[in-house]
Design a protein around this ligand. Structure first.
Ligand SMILES: *Cc1c(COP(=O)(O)O)cnc(C)c1O
Length: 363
């Protein structure tokens, strides 16, 4: 038995916690999915049961994000990072260049991977400012001939996001939305491609979702490795080979949970309330410090430090005692980080702030 009677609050950046009702539903169907006498995990991916799960999953995602008809939605395995390689191969013609706004380490990785296949240009590099902001971008920054402009919409490691999605019209805008998809209302028609690894706001790791404007599906005309070929994946309804069936099932449960809750509009309000509780407290104390520029503050990943860095391990140990897990910052940057994705209840954030206040008083 765990020492916790209830589930802990998991603030880990990913894989992240999933909604308890979703986990309960999955548990209730685990051995016997809808009277079939087997788990959905054990069903053939071509079976009728799984086919329904896949269709429902895709249609719920389409509905939740209001995806227009001229976009294709698909599931791929390989995580978010798969698209760091797949995007240049599917979208860039030989020798063509793409623009990157390097607001953090994920954007940097995506750019370095694209560079293995094509030339790239930076339109912003936040390295000198330790990635503490996601600046406004506009068409005047886009290089002539850029086939697309790539952004990380929410920078998971350092806790920044674009307060407003950049209004880029000179080239298709491509966004890695791994750490914020489904957390705020987004106008899909502003993008050429959106992709996300599932393990932050959707479900188990390894799965990714891709939303792509149909005219971009075959843009490069290149030979693309078959499992990265967006057009082929679309044509085969995300089932060229066996897809990660159980992960797609879990994603369906998360989408259903979100829809029942009131959809993206509703969760956006809740997310803003949650983040405000934390940032408001951080702004009133000099015991903790929030390094991100206020207008770039992420609503999903709240990064902070202790004024006295030597207290970090004590802070983390005390938090674990209280069932507040996963608060250490990314290994590359240190400090502390509370990832408060869709599944983190407001109560979890309140409990964290209470602990932070208590810790401040105690030491
Ligand atoms: C977590 C994360 C990734 C990496 O996802 P993988 O599924 O491990 O490839 C990429 N981009 C962002 C913004 C992330 O938060």
């Amino acid at each position: 038995m765990s020492k916790f009677e209830r589930r802990i609050y998991n603030f880990c950046a990913g894989p992240a916690m999933l909604p308890t009702p979703v986990m309960e539903k999955a548990a209730s169907e685990f051995l016997n999915y809808r009277g079939s006498g087997m788990s959905i995990m054990e069903d053939s991916h071509r079976g009728k049961l799984f086919e329904e799960v896949l269709d429902r999953s895709l249609s719920l995602l389409k509905e939740l994000l209001s995806v227009p008809e001229n976009y294709e939605i698909m599931f791929l395995s390989g995580g978010a990072s798969l698209h760091f390689s797949a995007l240049p191969l599917n979208l860039l013609k030989d020798g063509e260049s793409a623009d990157f706004a390097v607001t953090g380490i994920w954007a940097k990785k995506a750019m370095e991977e694209a560079l293995r296949f094509n030339p790239v240009k930076k339109i912003y590099d936040g390295e000198d400012h330790k990635y503490t902001e996601s600046p406004e971008l506009n068409d005047s920054m886009v290089n002539p001939g850029a086939a697309y402009v790539y952004i990380t919409s929410n920078n998971t490691l350092l806790g920044t996001r674009y307060a407003n999605i950049p209004n880029i019209t000179k080239a298709p805008l491509i966004a890695d939305m791994t750490s914020e998809i489904l957390s705020r209302k987004i106008d899909i028609s502003k993008f050429g491609v959106i992709f996300a690894g599932a393990q932050k706001n959707i479900g188990p790791s390894g799965l990714s979702v891709l939303i792509i404007r149909k005219d971009l599906l075959r843009r490069s005309g290149r030979t693309v490795p078959i499992l990265m070929d967006y057009a082929l994946t679309a044509k085969n309804k995300s089932m060229y080979n066996t897809p990660p069936t159980y992960s797609i099932y879990m994603a369906k449960l998360v989408f259903e949970w979100l829809k029942d809750l009131g959809g993206v509009e509703k969760i956006e309000k809740i997310n803003e309330e949650k983040a405000k509780i934390l940032y408001d407290y951080l702004d009133t104390t000099s015991f903790y410090n929030a390094p991100v520029k206020p207008n770039s503050r992420s609503v999903m990943n709240v990064v902070f430090t202790l004024h006295d860095k030597n207290l970090e391990s004590k802070f983390l140990a005390g938090a674990e005692e209280k069932g507040l897990h996963g608060l250490e910052g990314h290994r590359l940057v240190g400090g502390l980080r509370a990832s408060i994705y869709n599944s983190m209840p407001k109560e979890g954030v309140i409990a964290l702030v209470e602990y932070m206040k208590e810790f401040e008083k105690k030491v």
